[in-house]
Design a protein. Sequence first.
Length: 279
Amino acid sequence: MDSDLKPVLERIADALERLAPPARIPPVFEGARLFRHDPVSHAFHPAPDYALPLEALIGVDQQKARFLENLQRFKAGLPANHALLWGVRGTGKSSLTKAAFMAVARDTPDLKLVEVDRDEVTALPALFDTLRERRERFVVLCDDLSFEEGAAAAKALKSALEGGVSGPPANVLFVATSNRRHLMPRGHAEDRGLIATAEDAEEEVSVSDRFGLWVGFPPMDQATYLEAVTSYARAHGLIVADLERRALQWAQLRGGRSGRVAWQFIRDLAGELGKTLPM
């Protein structure tokens, strides 16, 4: 009987082994400063250094100073707050985060930036547990964060930032950018009912309270917009006689002024003049 069961048991064991998830490969953070996290494969994909220098960002001097001070404290192992950079689109929230990180990490090989997708917020607790055991220090960036799916993602983020019984990882600084100060979704499903919808809203608003540092980015006025355009044009040898007039016309066509619109105008101008740009 035992001899008859042995082949069957061996086949069952082989089948179970094939169904088991593969062992995770320990992450490797050498050779790059910036990484993209894949929650499916648990891999950290290296990315090239961010090329835009911090001084190229115009009209956000106060935001630079506040964010840099917090980041430098984190780099030094001092208490620092998770940061929420919020404001109108195109005002430089993500660019400032990456450019400030590159400026601070230039002489600190063990400081890394890991970018996560906003649709994978529920994977943050597991990611933080992975990074907790590392000797490196990590800035984890979630760009354009909002909670379109209701309260589940908000609860996952709160769990990651609070760290449960073990506390939040001391070597992780979470940075989120958003167009909304309280990370509210654009709408709630009506069939959930008023009570459930109100509870979801309370859950999502409470997440913003977990960020100790709020950095606001107001709309860019005309003078600052033209200053940004002129600064970019001078840096790349693109000064033309009617620069400001054309820049204002470009902003009118785009329906607003921002650092992003200024840079898009410069890219268009460079293409027109047959010149290349380094970034």
